[in-house]
Design a binder for this molecule. Structure first.
Ligand SMILES: [Zn+2]
Length: 350
């Protein structure tokens, strides 16, 4: 019995009905996003044909009815199912006892919730277990190209170890091993492979690369690769929302301490290498309005490169904070310089 069919009674409820029951003011197939970032025009969109929703604004969240309830109400999966039992009298939890009650609408107000419920798989989802396995299988940085990259980007060997930067030397072999271990469909869903219709054909990263794992509470939530060949230089798992790099750092800081917001992973690690606290943002478009909360008690410095793109990054990020009445400092770097170059010159003591 798989989770997909078990959830079918919930999946049949029109997404717009779910949204309305959550108190979202729907006009046609649009609404202001519940994340609170919409000021003038609605970013939240409902796709009736697929019974899904997606925010085209700052938060970029998307999913099905269950995930809408989870996101809007801040509930875990189990509690979201209970919400459906209360609000639509659809109890999907009873089916797990092996009886054929699929689709049955029950009168009972109280839901019987089972322990192990597997959320429905979206096409691409972060797969921490698989990501961690891949990182573990790759060696630490030792090739001349890798060592030179770290050096020229002001990333100390200690930081390279601390942030667990790895080297992908043989993508074809890594791909074979991944499929052997996790099976093609799961490799495909994790976003680390190219292919179609659930069948992976090759690794997203098809040449020699450095791998930067993103940790959140000890779990690998994302991997970004810096390629040594071809363009673009940075390649991410496809279809997986971009998290913040080094997010755990925020919890370790005391109120009033400085945090540097850098564009990209290498800059954040370079700043950390110099004894300063930093998080990395994968471009201003990946910044989510609800992240601002995590910075409210800190002194925020936004570091953008000394070019037009860097200035735009700083401006866009600052806007998120300004909307919440939080002042941030933007440190424009000297014209034409990036963070690594400035750090190399400054030679700050640790
Ligand atoms: Zn949104």
């Amino acid at each position: 019995m798989n989770a997909k069919s078990d959830l079918s009674p919930i999946k049949q409820i029109p997404i717009i009905e779910v949204a309305k029951r959550l108190g979202i003011q729907v006009r046609g197939t649009k609404a202001m996003c519940f994340s609170g970032h919409d000021k003038a025009s609605p970013s939240l969109s409902f796709l009736k044909s697929r019974n899904t929703w997606r925010c085209f604004g700052a938060c970029g969240k998307h999913g099905d009815g269950v995930s809408l309830v989870m996101e809007k109400e801040g509930l875990d999966f189990k509690s979201a199912l209970e919400w459906f039992a209360r609000n639509f009298a659809v109890d999907v939890t009873r089916q797990y006892r092996g009886q054929s009650r699929r689709g049955r609408v029950v009168r009972a107000k109280k839901a019987t919730v089972v322990k192990a419920v597997i959320p429905e798989q979206q096409e691409f989802t972060a797969d921490p277990e698989l990501y961690e396995w891949l990182i573990d299988k790759c060696a630490s940085v030792s090739s001349p190209a890798g060592v030179t990259y770290l050096d020229t980007h002001c990333i100390s060997p200690e930081s390279a170890t601390g942030f667990n930067i790895r080297e992908l030397r043989d993508p074809a072999r890594a791909f074979r091993k991944l499929v052997e271990k996790w099976g093609g469909p799961r490799v495909y869903r994790s976003g680390v492979a190219w292919g179609s219709d659930g069948h992976p054909e090759r690794l997203t990263w098809s040449s020699h690369a450095l791998l930067f794992p993103f940790y959140e509470q000890g779990v690998v939530t994302y991997i970004q690769a810096r390629m040594f060949q071809g363009e673009p230089k940075f390649l991410n798992p496809r279809g997986v929302p971009k998290p913040m790099f080094n997010a755990d750092r925020l919890q370790k800081l005391k109120p009033g301490q400085l945090i540097h917001l850098c564009e990209g992973v290498p800059d954040a690690i370079a700043v950390e290498s110099h004894g300063l606290a930093a998080v990395g943002i994968l471009g201003a478009t990946s910044f989510r309005a609800d992240w601002v909360d995590r910075f409210l008690k800190l002194k925020v410095v936004v570091l953008g490169d000394g070019d037009a793109a860097g200035a735009k990054f700083a401006k866009d990020i600052s806007t998120f904070f300004m909307e919440r009445g939080k002042a941030v400092q933007c440190k424009p770097l000297p014209k034409g310089k990036d963070v690594a170059e400035v750090l190399a010159q400054a030679r700050r003591p640790k």
